[in-house]
Design a protein around this ligand. Structure first.
Ligand code: UT7
Length: 317
């Protein structure tokens, strides 16, 4: 017993920031960003928190599923950009939604949505819950260094959510973690202890772009091939690959290396940028509402990012 997806939802803040807008902040331009990253615009929060956005995505997913908020037994939230470590983002969403259920945050950076689905599957397998709300929500604009042109052009804010109920449509997943802070690092603010000796890094996203790029392409190729092999499937059996929207070029490279046509990959990074743990549920919601997904379709969801962590799962719609 695992779960099936009953409904999807998303929310992005109204403020659209274009490449032209960013070129007024740092030395960059639309042509460079489009060619190296594939982002045209991103939505940026002016005042909404990760919990505010997550709550709005959750309400949309509840409406889409026809499930009442009181029926939810567990809220799982993936985020690296909540306003506080405690209360967790899940606790804040629970409070805003006005429900009374178990809550928990999952941190696996950009791969967290898949880690969260696996966690959800565990709760269903133990018969502990009947319905779960799983939310990826990020206000990355609060942890981006807006003076670093190598990172600030990539990311965006937003939230995606799914409502899950016990079922058999979450089929399998693979996970890989190579822990370390020398490729992608988001340090917490250090505080003011008089006993500290070392200067700490600024509490922003620090990323070695090319190392991240190589890791991401390898991860997406390795994880998807391993997952298909252990399920006796091929890419021909897959209707859509819905990857973490990190960079258009990462997806293009993966398409060539895996010999899978580009059309099989769902891509929306041009409109939203990289929204980390929110990117896959946002993509699923768009596909769902556009009527792209038919009952029985097989989806492959690969994700990769900070940790370094990567994962991929097989989901039957
Ligand atoms: O969820 C996972 C998150 N991260 C990612 O997916 C990021 C993966 N990495 C990447 O997408 C790419 O490495 C970047 C987009 C971050 C950078 O692209 P790149 O092709 O690896 O560029 P680079 O860092 O090698 O820099 C090439 C040049 C440099 O100039 P010089 O030294 O050759 O004169 C950079 O200073 O491009 C310059 N550059 C920029 N130019 C204009 C770096 N950022 C920018 C920019 N606009 N925004």
């Amino acid at each position: 017993m695992s779960f099936s997806v009953l409904g999807t939802g998303m929310y992005v803040p109204p403020r659209v920031v274009t490449n032209e807008d960013i070129s007024k902040l740092v030395d960059t331009n639309d042509a460079w960003i489009m060619q190296r990253v594939g982002v045209k615009q991103r939505h940026i929060s002016t005042n909404e928190t990760a919990a505010d956005m997550g709550c709005k995505a959750a309400i949309a997913a509840l409406e889409n599923s026809g499930v009442k908020k009181e029926e939810i037994d567990l809220i799982l939230t993936a985020s690296v950009s909540g306003e506080s470590i405690s209360p967790s983002v899940s606790c804040m969403i629970q409070n805003k939604l006005g429900v009374n259920c178990m809550t928990m945050d999952i941190n696996a950076a950009c791969s967290a949505f898949v880690f969260m689905l696996e966690t959800a599957a565990g709760f269903f397998a133990r018969g502990k819950v009947k319905k779960i709300l799983a939310i990826g929500t990020e206000r990355l604009s609060r942890i981006v260094d807006w003076e670093d042109r190598g990172t600030c052009v990539i990311f965006g804010d937003g939230a995606g959510a799914v409502v899950l109920e016990a079922g058999d449509n979450y089929m399998d997943a693979v996970f890989h973690v190579k822990g370390g802070d020398n490729v992608i690092d988001i340090p917490q603010p250090i505080g003011k202890s008089p006993f500290y000796e070392k200067e700490q890094k600024k509490p922003f996203i620090h990323m070695k772009g090319q190392d991240t790029f190589k890791f991401a392409v390898n991860a997406i190729c390795h994880d998807t091939k391993q997952l298909l092999k252990q399920n006796n499937l091929t890419f021909d059996d897959i209707k859509y690959i819905v990857p973490h929207q990190a960079n258009q070029r990462i997806i293009d490279f993966a398409s060539v290396m895996l010999k899978v046509p580009k059309e099989k990959f769902y891509v929306n990074i041009d409109r939203f940028g990289n929204t980390s743990s929110a990117s896959i549920p946002i993509a699923l919601d768009e596909m769902n509402r556009q009527g792209m997904l038919q009952k029985g379709d097989l989806l492959l969801l690969p994700a990769f990012g900070g940790g370094l962590a990567s994962a991929a799962c097989l989901l039957r719609w």
